[in-house]
Design a protein around this ligand. Sequence first.
Ligand code: EZ4
Ligand code: CO
Length: 414
Amino acid sequence: MIIDRAEVIVTSPSRNFVTLRLTTDDGLVGIGDATLNGRELAVVAYLKDHVVPLLLGRDAHRIEDTWQFLYRSAYWRRGPVTMAAIAAVDMALWDIKGKAAGMPVYQMLGGASRTGLLAYGHASGTSNEELFDSVRSHQEQGFKAIRVQTGVPGLKSIYGIASNATYEPGSGKKGRYDYEPAVRGALPKEEDWDTRSYLRHVPTVFEAVRNEFGPELPLLHDGHHRMTPIQAAQLGKSLEPYDLFWLEDCTPAENPESLRLVRQHTTTPLAIGEIFNTVWDYQQIIREQLIDYVRGAVTHMGGISHLKKTLDYAAQYQIKSGMHGPTDISPVGMAAAMHLGLSIHNFGIQEYMKHSDRTNEVFQQSFTWTDGMLHPGDLPGLGVELDVDAAGKYPYEQAYLPFNRLADGTVHDW
Ligand code: EZ4
Ligand code: CO
C-alpha cells in the first residue's frame, strides 16, 4: 500500500480550509485537515514544498514511523505550521488504514468507550435577554451543555458575541460569532477591550443565567487569554457560586507558571491549550495538575497519534479531553476528534459548532447528532469525503481573525 499521489486542496465555502488528500497505489484515498485559521497558506507551502515529496513512495500503513520521520528529520520541531502539516498526514493515514481494514478509526483506537460524545454549543448575547434567547435556541438544537459569552457595557465589539458577526448571506439567520462566513479582507478587524469592566460584568451574567436556567445545565466560559494571573484568579473565584464546567484560556498560554497562581485561588475548573501543538506544551501543566481539560485539536496537535499520547498522559492525572471544535476545524478534523473522543477513557466534552450548508456540501459527512451527543458513524476510516468539484467552486479568500486594542491604543491579548 504505497502512497503514490498527494494533493493539497484549498477551498473556501464559508471560510478557508486546507485538506491533504493521499491516494495509494491500490486506489485507497485518505484525507486530513491542515487548516490554520488566518495563516492557511503557510501550511499549504509547508505541505507542498516539504512534505508531499517525502510522502510519495512510502508505505501508507506506517503511521507512527511517518510521524516520527516528518517530526524528527526536519530538525526544526513543533510550532503550529509544522504540526498542522504533520496532523494532516497522520489523519489521512488513519483514514486509509481504516478503509483498508474496513473499520471506522475509533475501532482501531481500541473501540468505543461510550455511546456518544457530550457536546457543548456557543450561546452569546450583548444583553441578558439576547443571551437567554441564544441559550434557548441551543437547547432546542439539542445541546446539553452551553458556553456563555456576553457583551460588556461600554465595549463596542467583542469576539465571541454573535450579534457582532456578519450574517450568513441570504440565509435570514442570525449572525454567528465565529466568522463563518469568515471576515474576508486584507487586514484584521480591530476590537476594543477593558478587563476591569469585563471582570465586573461577567459574574452578574452567570448569576442571571443560573437564575433563569437552573443549577443542572453545564455552563462554560472562554476568557480568550485576556487576563493576567491575578485577574484570572479573581474571575475564577467570583464565578464559583455558578458552578462552571470550565473556565477556558484564563491567561495567555505561553506561561504555564501563571496557572499555579490561579489554582491557588479558585476551584473553578480550568481548560487550556487550543493553541498548543505538542505534548511538551502540556507537560508541566499536566504533571503539576494545573488544568482539568486539554483543549488541543487533532488538527493542531500533530494528528490523532500525538493528541492520543497527550490525552493518555493526562489520564494519569484525571485530566480529561475538551478538544477544540470551532468551525475553523474542518469536518475532517472534527471527525478525527470524534473517533479519538469516542475511544479514549478520559473523554470530557467536545466543542461543536455546526458548519455552514456550503461547507457541508464540500465535505460529505457521516457523523450523527442525537439528543446532544455526537457519534462519528461507522463508515470505514474517518467517514468524511471531500467533493473536489464542489471544493473547486470556492477559491481561497484572505481572511483574518480580529484583534484587540485597549482604550489608549495598546495591543492586547484577545
Ligand atoms: O478563537 O477557533 O474556543 N474557541 C475559540 C475559537 C478560536 C478560533 C481560532 O481560530 O476560542 O473561537
Ligand atoms: Co477558546
